[in-house]
Ligand binder design. Sequence first.
Ligand SMILES: [Zn+2]
Length: 227
Amino acid sequence: MKLLIDSKNQKVLFAEASKPVIDFLFNLLCLPVGTVVRLLNEKGMVGSLGNLYQSVANLNTDYMVPSQDKDVLLKPKAPLTSSEIAGLLPANDAGAGDTQGSSLFMCPGRCSNYVTYDKNIPCPQQCGRIMNTQLHCVGKNLPDKGISIKGGFVKEIVTFMVMDDLVIEPMSTISSITLLNKFNIREVGSLHEKVVELGMDEGVKLLKASLQCKTVLTSVFLKKNME
Ligand SMILES: [Zn+2]
Protein backbone atom coordinates (compact mmCIF):
# COMPACT_ATOMS: atom_id res chain seq x y z
CA MET A 1 0.00 0.00 0.00
CA LYS A 2 1.41 3.36 -1.01
CA LEU A 3 0.82 6.32 1.29
CA LEU A 4 0.90 9.95 0.22
CA ILE A 5 2.12 11.81 3.27
CA ASP A 6 2.02 15.51 4.05
CA SER A 7 5.28 15.63 5.98
CA LYS A 8 4.74 19.18 7.18
CA ASN A 9 1.59 18.21 9.06
CA GLN A 10 2.57 14.59 9.67
CA LYS A 11 -0.62 13.38 8.11
CA VAL A 12 -1.50 10.68 5.59
CA LEU A 13 -3.52 12.34 2.82
CA PHE A 14 -4.55 9.11 1.21
CA ALA A 15 -3.28 5.69 0.29
CA GLU A 16 -3.15 3.98 -3.02
CA ALA A 17 -4.20 0.42 -2.46
CA SER A 18 -4.74 -2.66 -4.54
CA LYS A 19 -7.24 -5.45 -4.21
CA PRO A 20 -5.86 -7.34 -1.16
CA VAL A 21 -5.92 -4.22 1.02
CA ILE A 22 -9.44 -3.28 -0.07
CA ASP A 23 -10.66 -6.83 0.44
CA PHE A 24 -9.19 -6.75 3.92
CA LEU A 25 -10.88 -3.46 4.79
CA PHE A 26 -14.24 -4.49 3.34
CA ASN A 27 -14.03 -7.77 5.19
CA LEU A 28 -13.89 -5.89 8.51
CA LEU A 29 -17.63 -5.34 8.04
CA CYS A 30 -18.18 -9.11 8.14
CA LEU A 31 -16.57 -9.57 11.55
CA PRO A 32 -18.89 -10.49 14.42
CA VAL A 33 -18.62 -8.08 17.36
CA GLY A 34 -17.34 -10.92 19.56
CA THR A 35 -14.47 -11.45 17.16
CA VAL A 36 -13.62 -7.76 17.14
CA VAL A 37 -13.48 -7.70 20.93
CA ARG A 38 -11.34 -10.84 21.01
CA LEU A 39 -8.91 -9.42 18.46
CA LEU A 40 -8.57 -6.12 20.26
CA ASN A 41 -8.57 -7.44 23.79
CA GLU A 42 -4.82 -7.75 24.12
CA LYS A 43 -4.20 -4.29 22.78
CA GLY A 44 -6.95 -2.62 24.77
CA MET A 45 -10.59 -2.56 23.86
CA VAL A 46 -12.54 0.65 23.54
CA GLY A 47 -15.91 1.18 25.22
CA SER A 48 -17.56 -1.42 27.41
CA LEU A 49 -17.77 -4.35 25.05
CA GLY A 50 -14.54 -5.69 26.50
CA ASN A 51 -16.24 -6.03 29.89
CA LEU A 52 -19.22 -7.75 28.33
CA TYR A 53 -16.86 -10.18 26.64
CA GLN A 54 -14.85 -10.76 29.80
CA SER A 55 -18.05 -11.42 31.75
CA VAL A 56 -18.94 -14.24 29.42
CA ALA A 57 -15.41 -15.58 29.62
CA ASN A 58 -15.49 -15.48 33.43
CA LEU A 59 -18.97 -16.90 33.86
CA ASN A 60 -18.99 -20.40 35.26
CA THR A 61 -20.52 -22.79 32.72
CA ASP A 62 -22.89 -24.00 35.49
CA TYR A 63 -24.90 -20.87 34.80
CA MET A 64 -25.19 -21.58 31.09
CA VAL A 65 -27.81 -23.67 29.32
CA PRO A 66 -26.11 -27.09 29.11
CA SER A 67 -26.28 -27.30 25.33
CA GLN A 68 -24.60 -23.92 24.90
CA ASP A 69 -20.91 -23.50 24.39
CA LYS A 70 -19.35 -20.20 25.46
CA ASP A 71 -17.23 -20.27 22.33
CA VAL A 72 -20.33 -19.42 20.35
CA LEU A 73 -20.03 -16.01 22.00
CA LEU A 74 -16.30 -15.82 22.56
CA LYS A 75 -15.17 -17.17 19.20
CA PRO A 76 -18.09 -16.53 16.91
CA LYS A 77 -17.72 -17.63 13.37
CA ALA A 78 -18.19 -14.97 10.75
CA PRO A 79 -21.11 -15.82 8.51
CA LEU A 80 -19.00 -14.57 5.64
CA THR A 81 -15.27 -14.30 5.27
CA SER A 82 -13.06 -13.62 2.33
CA SER A 83 -10.61 -16.41 1.69
CA GLU A 84 -8.22 -13.79 0.36
CA ILE A 85 -7.37 -12.10 3.63
CA ALA A 86 -5.67 -14.93 5.48
CA GLY A 87 -2.79 -13.68 7.57
CA LEU A 88 -4.08 -10.17 8.19
CA LEU A 89 -6.09 -11.00 11.28
CA PRO A 90 -5.46 -13.77 13.80
CA ALA A 91 -7.81 -16.67 13.09
CA ASN A 92 -10.02 -18.47 15.57
CA ASP A 93 -8.12 -21.37 17.11
CA ALA A 94 -7.58 -23.87 14.35
CA GLY A 95 -9.78 -26.90 14.61
CA ALA A 96 -12.00 -25.52 17.35
CA GLY A 97 -15.54 -26.61 16.67
CA ASP A 98 -14.52 -28.28 13.45
CA THR A 99 -14.55 -31.80 14.81
CA GLN A 100 -18.18 -32.29 13.93
CA GLY A 101 -19.15 -32.65 10.33
CA SER A 102 -21.90 -30.65 8.79
CA SER A 103 -23.94 -33.72 7.81
CA LEU A 104 -27.20 -34.30 9.61
CA PHE A 105 -28.31 -37.76 10.77
CA MET A 106 -31.53 -39.26 11.99
CA CYS A 107 -32.83 -42.49 13.45
CA PRO A 108 -32.85 -45.32 10.87
CA GLY A 109 -36.38 -46.12 12.02
CA ARG A 110 -37.46 -42.57 11.09
CA CYS A 111 -39.59 -42.71 14.19
CA SER A 112 -39.19 -39.12 15.25
CA ASN A 113 -38.43 -35.63 14.10
CA TYR A 114 -35.03 -35.58 15.81
CA VAL A 115 -31.88 -34.92 13.84
CA THR A 116 -28.26 -34.80 15.00
CA TYR A 117 -24.77 -33.87 13.80
CA ASP A 118 -23.38 -36.67 15.95
CA LYS A 119 -24.02 -40.06 14.35
CA ASN A 120 -23.10 -41.99 17.52
CA ILE A 121 -25.98 -41.06 19.74
CA PRO A 122 -29.11 -43.15 20.29
CA CYS A 123 -32.55 -42.10 19.19
CA PRO A 124 -34.32 -40.31 22.06
CA GLN A 125 -37.55 -42.15 21.21
CA GLN A 126 -38.30 -45.59 22.63
CA CYS A 127 -36.41 -47.44 19.88
CA GLY A 128 -33.01 -46.26 21.04
CA ARG A 129 -31.28 -47.10 17.78
CA ILE A 130 -28.15 -45.21 16.82
CA MET A 131 -29.05 -42.18 14.74
CA ASN A 132 -26.75 -42.82 11.83
CA THR A 133 -28.99 -42.41 8.82
CA GLN A 134 -27.54 -39.53 6.90
CA LEU A 135 -29.90 -36.90 5.60
CA HIS A 136 -29.33 -35.24 2.29
CA CYS A 137 -29.84 -31.55 1.90
CA VAL A 138 -31.52 -30.23 -1.21
CA GLY A 139 -31.59 -26.64 -2.34
CA LYS A 140 -29.27 -23.97 -1.11
CA ASN A 141 -26.68 -25.19 1.37
CA LEU A 142 -25.85 -23.06 4.40
CA PRO A 143 -22.77 -24.61 5.96
CA ASP A 144 -22.34 -23.85 9.67
CA LYS A 145 -18.67 -23.04 9.16
CA GLY A 146 -19.61 -19.87 7.36
CA ILE A 147 -19.35 -19.00 3.76
CA SER A 148 -15.90 -18.36 2.45
CA ILE A 149 -15.89 -15.88 -0.37
CA LYS A 150 -13.39 -17.00 -2.92
CA GLY A 151 -11.86 -14.21 -4.90
CA GLY A 152 -12.53 -11.54 -2.29
CA PHE A 153 -14.76 -8.57 -2.94
CA VAL A 154 -13.30 -6.16 -5.47
CA LYS A 155 -11.82 -6.53 -8.91
CA GLU A 156 -8.12 -7.13 -9.32
CA ILE A 157 -7.44 -4.57 -12.02
CA VAL A 158 -8.65 -1.51 -10.15
CA THR A 159 -6.46 0.62 -7.87
CA PHE A 160 -8.32 2.25 -5.02
CA MET A 161 -7.85 5.38 -3.07
CA VAL A 162 -8.22 4.98 0.69
CA MET A 163 -8.69 8.19 2.62
CA ASP A 164 -7.38 8.65 6.15
CA ASP A 165 -10.94 8.17 7.43
CA LEU A 166 -11.39 5.00 5.33
CA VAL A 167 -13.51 6.54 2.62
CA ILE A 168 -12.64 4.31 -0.32
CA GLU A 169 -13.07 5.06 -4.01
CA PRO A 170 -11.62 3.80 -7.24
CA MET A 171 -8.48 5.78 -8.05
CA SER A 172 -8.29 8.28 -10.87
CA THR A 173 -5.87 11.05 -11.77
CA ILE A 174 -8.64 13.59 -11.57
CA SER A 175 -9.70 12.45 -8.11
CA SER A 176 -6.18 12.78 -6.74
CA ILE A 177 -5.77 16.29 -8.18
CA THR A 178 -9.15 17.30 -6.75
CA LEU A 179 -7.99 15.96 -3.43
CA LEU A 180 -4.77 17.93 -3.39
CA ASN A 181 -6.88 21.01 -3.94
CA LYS A 182 -9.26 20.02 -1.21
CA PHE A 183 -6.43 19.52 1.24
CA ASN A 184 -5.14 22.92 0.19
CA ILE A 185 -1.74 21.53 -0.70
CA ARG A 186 0.28 24.28 -2.39
CA GLU A 187 3.75 22.99 -1.83
CA VAL A 188 3.94 19.64 -3.51
CA GLY A 189 7.45 19.51 -2.07
CA SER A 190 6.07 18.78 1.37
CA LEU A 191 4.49 15.59 0.07
CA HIS A 192 6.26 12.32 -0.01
CA GLU A 193 5.37 8.76 -0.78
CA LYS A 194 5.90 5.86 1.52
CA VAL A 195 5.25 2.22 0.75
CA VAL A 196 4.02 0.27 3.75
CA GLU A 197 3.41 -3.42 4.22
CA LEU A 198 0.15 -4.63 5.67
CA GLY A 199 0.69 -7.54 8.04
CA MET A 200 -1.20 -9.00 10.96
CA ASP A 201 0.06 -6.34 13.34
CA GLU A 202 -1.11 -3.53 11.06
CA GLY A 203 -4.34 -5.42 10.38
CA VAL A 204 -5.28 -5.43 14.06
CA LYS A 205 -4.16 -1.79 14.47
CA LEU A 206 -6.30 -0.78 11.50
CA LEU A 207 -9.30 -2.50 13.01
CA LYS A 208 -8.70 -0.78 16.33
CA ALA A 209 -8.10 2.65 14.84
CA SER A 210 -11.16 2.36 12.63
CA LEU A 211 -13.28 2.08 15.77
CA GLN A 212 -11.59 4.98 17.51
CA CYS A 213 -10.82 7.77 15.12
CA LYS A 214 -11.15 9.32 11.71
CA THR A 215 -7.43 9.48 11.05
CA VAL A 216 -6.91 5.76 10.72
CA LEU A 217 -3.97 5.62 8.31
CA THR A 218 -2.13 8.43 10.08
CA SER A 219 -2.51 6.69 13.46
CA VAL A 220 -1.43 3.28 12.22
CA PHE A 221 1.43 4.21 9.92
CA LEU A 222 2.77 7.55 11.17
CA LYS A 223 2.18 7.50 14.91
CA LYS A 224 4.18 4.56 16.06
CA ASN A 225 3.17 4.84 19.69
CA MET A 226 -0.58 4.88 19.44
CA GLU A 227 -1.78 3.14 22.56
ZN1 LIG B 1 -35.82 -44.13 16.65
